[in-house]
Every structure is written in C-alpha cells, then in structure tokens.
Design a binder for this molecule. Structure first.
Ligand code: ME8
Length: 670
C-alpha cells in the first residue's frame, strides 16, 4: 500500500487493491485503508490450550496494532467443526455432533473473551450461512471445469485430516506430520484439478516474494511446487458430518476445503458484496507451520479457480512446547491458558509470548522463563521507572506534571532516543518482528532508567531554585518518556498501557492512536499524576508453579479420578442388565452398531454404540451387558440411541461389561 501525506491535514490517500482512496470511516478520524487478519479456525474436537491461544493472542496484537495505526481492521477467528476427527470425538463423548460442537464452540468463545481477544467475528463452519457459501464456492470451481469425479485410493491421517502419498509416509505407515498410523482409503470422490495451478502458483510466488513468510517456510512450499502437484480429492462418502456436495449429496465436502472457505464466507462472499469488497483480499493469514501447505498452495489454487485475488500474506509461525515438551493432554501441559493468566496476569503472558519466543521459530513456554521476564523486564525495568518517576512528582510537584525549562545534552539524547524508538518499533511491528520491536522498546526503557541515574533527581530535590527548575525538566522528560512507552504498548499490553496513561492523567485510552506519538513533548503540563501500587509485583522464584508437568511414565498412567460424587449423584444413573437381541451395522458408519436390547419390564431399547471395530454384530446376540437405561435419547448418524452400554477401553482395545453368571434381563445394578 502506498501512502501519500497531504500537508497539515494529516489525511492519508491510500493505494489499495488497485485504487486510490481517502477513507473516512466515521468519527472524523481518517483511516489509512483496511486490514483483514485471520487465525486458523481451530478443530473443535478438544478444548483450546496454550498453543491455540498463542496464535490468537498474536493475531490480537496485530489487530490492535493496526487499529492503533488507524486501519479499518477486521479480525477473524472461529472453529472448524466438520470432518471425521470432530465426528469421532463427538461419538466418543456419546454426543450428537451438533450438540457437541455447540458446547465446545461456547468454550472457545468464552476463552477468547476471558483473554480479552478483540476479534470482530467468530465463524463456525456449521453456520448455515457458511455452508451455503461453501456450496456456491465449489459450484463455481465446477463451472470453471476444475472438478471431476474419480476414484481415490490412498493414505489418510484422521487426526490431521490429510491425504499423503505413499513415499511421504513415515516408518510403519505413519503420518509424516503427527507420526500416528494412517488409514488406507478407497472411495469414489470428486477431485479438484490442483495440478493445473502449479505454474500459476510458482509465478505468483516469484512476483510476490513476501507472499509466504518466514522465508524458510516459503522455500518448503516452493520445493513442493517444484516437485509437482497431484489433484486433490475433495469429497468423502464414508460419513455425513460435513457440507453436502452440490447436486450430489451422497458426498460431503472435504473438511479442509470447507474450512479454508471460512476466510471469505465470514466477510460475506456471495452474500454481502459491500463488506466483501471492503475486506478481501485478506492482508494476513496467521497460521502454524504444520498447515502451511493448505494455506499457501491449496487455498491460493482454490481462489484462482473461482477468480478471486489471493491473500497478501501467509505467515506460518513455529510451534510452542511447554516446559520443553510437546503439548499433550497426557503430559498434563495442555493447560487452560487462563490458569497461567490468573497467576501471572494477562499482559505479562502476552509480553512473554512476544518477547521470549522469536516469532516464526519454534519456542518454549516455560514458567521459569515467564517469572524471570516478569521480575526483570516488567517489575524491575518498566515498573521501577514508573514507580520512581511518580514518587518524585508526588513529593516535589504536588502530583502534577511539572513545566520543563531549558534542555541539556542528556535531555536531547533522551528525546532523540524516543523518536528513534518510535520509528524502529513501528518498522519492526509492521514486519511482524515482535521480539525485535519489544527489544528496541526495552532499550528505551533502559535508557530512561539510565537518564534518572545520570540526572540524579534525588540530589536536585535537595537543592535551591535552580536545581528545582532542573528537576522539573527532568521529571517532565521522564513523564513524557513513560507516556510514549505506554502509548507504544497499547497493542501488546493493553491493560498496562491503559493503567500507566491513567496514572499520568489520560482517561481516553480507547482513542489513543499513532498520532499520540507524533512528536516529543505531547504530555500536558499540570496533568494529575498518581503514585499507585507497583505495576508488577515481583514473583517469588520459589512460589508454587501452576504448570505441573508429569513424567512420561506418569503421563501414561495419566488418569486421575474424576471429581468425587455423592451416592445421590450415583443413584441418578439407572444401570440395568440388558440382553442383546439384535445387532447390525449402521449404514455408512465404520464405527457404529445398532443394537436392540431387552430390558425385561422396561421393554426393548435401541442403542447405537461405537463398537463396530471391536465386535461382529452376530457375536453379540444373546450377550448380557450393562446398560445406562435412563440416558436422554440422542441421534447418532440419524439413528436414535435410547441409552448407552458400558465398556472398558485401553490401548486400542475395547471390551463390553457383562455380569458374572446368569441373571434376568432388566435386573437393576447398584
Ligand atoms: O489445523 N504451538 O486446527 P487445529 C503453536 N482446523 N501453535 C499451535 C500449537 C502449538 N503447540 N498447537 C496449535 C487446524 N497451534 C484446522 C485449521 S484453518 C482453515 C483450519 C495453533 O485445531 C497453530 O496456529 O489443529 C496451528 O496451526 C493451529 O493451532 C492448529 O489448530
């Protein structure tokens, strides 16, 4: 985007999407143009953890930063709810998939709210509106001759929802991405002519060197493109949990095709032209490195197929480990980010993630590291700077920002350093180099502390009128330095920024934007100054840790008791002996069996259970099993299930619970 400044009016003319424009989106403040940033939409098969929070927090910093730089921002996040992986998780939880997704989507929304994420919209792929757009998008690909019917035979990884070539597999036929076993799939599918777009993609990469970042991730994509592309199977018939293929609803659309389209459906593609034109193309798709291929090859090819412009940038960041280990439930480190935030504070966690983990590379989230940063950078450097300055203003100038007079060499150095910091901070933030941006800002925090040592205000305070005049200048300069630091921190540490500015007499924090650091000397003489509590209390290095890691062995023996329940709670569950009188497979399902169970006086109940991989239907007839008889009925794959049977599961095995000897069907278990 090219920017042209028109003298004093400070009005921006923007060159955006091939057009020149002066944009004013209300409030009289001129916007520079638009900025559309997205996170991946997270699979809803389990609850969010610090890994998903990492991407969302960074996207939030970017969205806040662009608003601060006066862009018209649209920030999107959401949940990916279709596909085999989510369906299996719902079935395992014994829930109807839609009910399961509704419950988990609320958990994601609640987490983002608790983490003060400022997304403008939350998309769910089960939204009716999104599903309609997916169908229209695929129809357009068809109209363009890019979709054909064929037979898919190959390897599929369910956890990654990814197809792999034989030669890409790991030892023992495992997924090259997650290391878990892949499955042989053979189905009649629709295919997308991905191969057709190879040279167009290569050309786009060549003409837009910043299209995929960081560079080493771009090079990985170039290697894939250079080695050739295979057409992509884009429908499945083995389950129904997805968007039906237009004109052939036996097929559901591949979860990745469905998911990628969220980036256009969320802003009104084919539904709200004005909004769509206002925000598309996306300025940044922020993702983790493992899903780069989908975003940097498949998605651009899909967009080319329907004739839409490509996103401006895809940034594939690295992976976080927690206390040095891969994030995993069984190791106990897939923790709810709120636990960490509750103990250490949201801003401290945001600062730590941006400062400590070199953005783009893999990094480790360690509680020790977080405590060190809080004590050194936040409590010691920034906290002390504010504390010392406000204390001296309170003591010597009746808690008002004093009027400066003649400036000396060291004052000029502070001022020059501030101006240089602002410009470097902006440059680094613009190029997504958060770690360097914060390093620069902290160099200035350091220099401001040094300025105190050099000017020795505690000695000036004991002197006569001349020294008092000098003290006023020193404390004015320190107040201004702190004000600039707080303004620059608006997007990274919003609560700290707001609190510091409030302590220096600024209540209108929401309106603070880049114009508040246009020049040195913008702090108002006479502003009330509050000397409050330290901003960041030091953390005792021996304090109890909130991330309690298990050893790998403990992880394997992971299960804890669920919470205690009372005998009254237990008695709510009506457990009965049931005799299996019929058993058959549920059509189109690999996992489900439909059983008719005789419950004596309670009659006959139909139960759908995910045991098809462990039992042949005919082997079950006549077995006496244990059934939860008073479970609210649900539909699984369209078939009603009126109860649940009990089974034990371990290391890939599953065995049904039965009774020790003969007893009547319907007998109560207590
Ligand atoms: O892939 N470190 O969803 P997903 C850093 N639904 N980031 C991490 C992380 C970690 N340890 N773990 C997860 C999907 N992430 C698809 C996306 S988009 C059209 C569809 C973050 O729930 C990171 O951004 O598996 C990663 O790419 C994303 O969560 C994967 O989320």
């Amino acid at each position: 985007m090219g920017l042209l400044r028109i003298a004093k009016l400070r009005r921006m003319i923007c060159y955006n999407s091939g057009k020149f424009m002066v944009v004013d989106y209300g409030g009289g403040k001129v916007k520079k143009g638009k900025y559309y940033v997205t996170t991946p939409i997270y699979y809803i098969n389990s609850e969010p953890h610090i890994g998903s929070a990492y991407t969302t927090i960074i996207a939030d910093v970017i969205a806040r930063y662009k608003r601060f730089r006066r862009y018209d921002v649209f920030f999107l996040t959401g949940t990916d709810e279709h596909g085999q992986k989510v369906l299996s998780a719902a079935l395992e939880a014994g829930k109807d998939p839609q009910v399961f997704c509704d419950e988990l989507a609320e958990k994601f929304k609640k987490l983002w709210k608790d983490l003060e994420i400022t997304n403008d919209y939350f998309i769910r792929t089960t939204d009716e509106n999104h599903m309609k757009v997916v169908q229209r998008f695929v129809e357009k690909m068809m109209e363009n001759g890019d979709i054909y019917k064929g037979k898919y035979e190959g390897w599929y990884c369910i956890p990654c929802e990814s197809f792999w070539k034989e030669e890409e597999l790991g030892d023992g036929k495992t997924c090259p991405q997650c290391g878990r076993p892949v499955k042989w799939v053979s189905e009649e599918n629709y295919f997308f002519r991905l191969s057709k777009y190879r040279s167009a993609l290569l050309k786009h990469y060549e003409e837009n060197p910043d299209f995929v970042e960081p560079d080493f991730r771009k090079n990985e994509m170039l290697r894939i493109l250079e080695s050739g592309l295979q057409d992509l199977s884009i429908t499945r018939t083995s389950f129904k949990w997805g968007v039906p293929m237009p004109r052939d609803p036996k097929h559901v659309i591949y979860v990745w095709v469905d998911a990628l389209i969220n980036y256009v459906s969320a802003i009104g593609y084919t539904e709200d032209d004005e909004k769509f034109e206002r925000y598309w193309p996306a300025d940044l798709h922020l993702i983790g490195k493992e899903i780069n291929r989908f975003h940097s090859i498949i998605w651009p090819a899909m967009l080319m197929s329907v004739g839409l412009p490509l996103p401006r940038k895809i940034y594939a960041h690295g992976w976080l480990t927690v206390n040095g280990q891969k994030i995993s439930k069984s190791l106990g480190n897939a923790i709810d980010p709120r636990v960490v935030v509750k103990k250490y504070g949201l801003d401290a966690v945001r600062y730590y993630l941006l400062r400590e983990i070199a953005f783009g590379k893999d990094g480790d989230f360690s509680e020790e590291g977080l405590i060190k940063r809080i004590n050194a950078d936040l409590a010691n450097d920034l906290g002390n700077l504010v504390h010392r300055t406000t204390a001296m203003i309170k003591q010597n100038f009746n808690s008002k920002v004093p009027r400066p007079s003649k400036s000396e060499g060291v004052d000029e150095k502070l001022k020059d350093s501030a101006m240089e910091t602002i410009s470097e901070f902006f440059d680094h933030m613009d190029s997504l180099k958060f770690t360097t941006a914060l390093e620069k800002l902290w160099e200035f925090v350091g220099f401001s502390n040094k300025y105190i040592d050099l000017t020795e205000p505690w000695i000036l305070a004991k002197g006569g009128d001349k020294e008092k005049e000098r003290l006023a200048t020193v404390l004015y300069n320190l107040s201004e330095a702190i004000r600039i630091i707080a303004v620059l921190l608006k997007s990274v540490m919003p609560n700290t920024s707001r609190e510091i500015l409030r302590r220096f007499g600024y209540e209108n924090w929401d309106e603070v934007d880049e114009t508040h650091v246009e020049r040195w000397g913008m702090i108002k003489v006479g502003n009330p100054v509050e000397h409050g509590k330290p901003l960041f209390p030091r953390i005792d290095k021996d304090s109890e840790r909130v991330i309690k890691m298990k050893t790998t062995d403990e992880g394997k023996r992971e299960e804890k008791y669920a919470e205690f329940i009372t005998i009254e709670d237990f008695s709510k569950v009506d457990l009965r002996v049931g005799k299996v009188i019929e058993a058959e497979k549920v059509e189109k399902s690999r996992k489900l069996l439909k059983l008719k169970i005789d419950l004596g006086k309670l009659g006959i109940k139909q139960i759908v259970a995910g045991i098809a991989q462990y039992y042949n239907p005919q082997d079950l007839i006549g077995k006496k099993i244990i059934v939860v008889a008073n479970l609210k009925p649900v539909k699984l794959m369209g078939v009603e299930s009126q109860g649940m049977l009990l089974a034990a599961q371990s290391e890939g095995k599953l065995r049904l619970l039965t009774v020790d000897g003969d007893i009547d069907a319907g007998a109560k278990i207590s």
